[in-house]
Design a protein around this ligand. Structure first.
Ligand code: CO
Length: 413
């Protein structure tokens, strides 16, 4: 009963769709008439020293949900996933979560101190770090609360709001293992307290094992300096772990033999269960996915025929191994194409060509990673975790496609 297309079918359906477009536009004004922008000289190259998007893309912006937090200072905004292509998030659309507002830090005055259980405490300026061997790596970052408003039921009609607390960029910086070698971290130094220079003094305890594995101090993303909202001049990168641990404006790393049990560890970032107990130290962002097209804000189904179902999948434990798509609320599953490159702890784009003939559908994506972990349903997550938590909701998500092509956020029970 599926309308998924093989390659040959997709080409035929695509040609039919293009023909319909030509026939439709013949009735409208001649699209080849001279336009204003073709009759006058445009601005010169000095007009815009730092480029900005076209004015016709002004709707592609980060948005917040005002009722979610008490004010917009300690708050979050969301990446407009439905409007993005590929797997890279442009720097200006990267979601932001601050605990004391966006700090404006002068790099000349900023220092990173590494101390505690070390042979030789050191203080680094930005220039000191940039002299060290650096690497560039693609990673996603996801807020632990991504999807958190959906735990009790479908809340927000748009994938910007259901899944937009995730972004993916290329970070450039120095491996923390290099810095730990320089300070001579002692063998009993099992934990690292990371602290930011913002008004919140945001801090988290991170296991040394993770620090030595793949953590970085980054000063650039997508080829340019970090933006202030992403921790300029330097931030911690903790691949695959929840975003709150990626301390921005990082100024201090203290090595100790046990976690600090900062307020955040013991109360804020725990997952409250049905029986009143709470899961602690839930750091890894498990395998998750979302269909970004069609989605409520970008229905896309403006005509019958060929359409591409497209979305993003990710796993904090490794690489996305595959994504299956259901058009009927999870009864039947069709493997999607992974667009690649497929990289560990990085967003992965998936696509499925299909032929839409106006039928009502419940579309879902279900990702699995290279550890064998399969993205669970809401029912499976709630059976184990209840509905009290706001964190770590990676449930299979459903979009309801209406016969008129509109798309609505729904949950199946
Ligand atoms: Co957690």
């Amino acid at each position: 009963m599926t309308n998924a297309l093989n390659r040959r079918g997709f080409l035929a359906a695509g040609a039919a769709s293009a023909g319909a477009l030509a026939a439709g536009s013949a009735k409208a004004a001649n699209p080849f008439e001279p336009k204003e922008w073709g009759q006058f000289l445009g601005a010169g190259v000095d007009d815009e020293p730092y480029g900005t998007p076209s004015e016709y893309e002004a709707h592609v912006i980060r948005r917040n949900v005002p009722w979610l937090t008490a004010d917009s200072v300690s708050s979050i905004n969301f990446t407009p996933l439905a409007d993005l292509e590929g797997f890279i998030t442009p720097n200006g659309l990267h979601f932001e979560r601050h605990h004391g507002g966006r700090a404006i830090v002068d790099p000349a005055e900023h220092r990173l101190m590494i101390h505690g259980l070390v042979d030789k405490p050191l203080v680094f300026s930005l220039d000191d770090l940039k002299r060290l061997p650096s690497i560039s790596r693609f990673y996603f970052i996801e807020c632990a609360a991504n999807g958190g408003m959906e735990w009790r039921g479908a809340q927000l009609n748009g994938c910007q709001f259901t899944h937009g607390m995730v972004s993916c960029v290329q970070y450039t910086g120095v491996k923390l293992s290099t810095l730990m070698e320089m300070v001579g971290a002692k063998p009993n130094g099992k934990w690292v307290l990371a602290e930011g220079a913002d008004a919140a003094g945001m801090n988290r305890s991170i296991p040394m094992e993770k620090i030595m594995d793949d953590c970085m101090i980054a000063w650039a993303q997508n080829g340019e300096a970090l933006r202030p909202g992403q921790g300029y001049p330097m931030r911690l990168v903790v691949p695959g772990f929840e975003g709150n641990m990626w301390v921005k404006w990082i100024r201090r790393l203290e090595i100790g033999d046990m976690p600090w049990f900062a307020r955040e560890e013991t109360s804020k970032y725990t997952d409250l269960l049905e029986d009143g107990r709470a899961r602690m130290f839930t750091w890894v962002q498990d395998c998750n996915s979302v269909i970004t097209r069609p989605s409520p804000e970008k229905p896309w189904l403006d005509r019958k025929g060929f359409h591409m179902i497209s979305g993003l999948a990710w796993s904090g434990r490794g690489s996305v191994k595959g994504v299956d798509i259901s058009l009927d609320g999870g009864n039947n599953w069709i493997p999607a194409d992974l667009e690649g490159p497929v990289m560990p702890k990085c967003l992965t784009r998936f696509n499925l060509p299909f032929d839409w003939q106006g039928q009502e559908m419940l579309i879902q994506s279900r990702a699995y990673d290279d550890t064998g972990y399969v993205q669970p349903t809401f029912a499976q997550n709630r059976a184990v975790r209840g509905v009290n938590s706001i964190y770590h909701n990676n449930s299979v998500h459903t979009w309801h496609i209406k016969p008129d092509g509109r798309v609505e956020n729904v949950q199946l029970v």
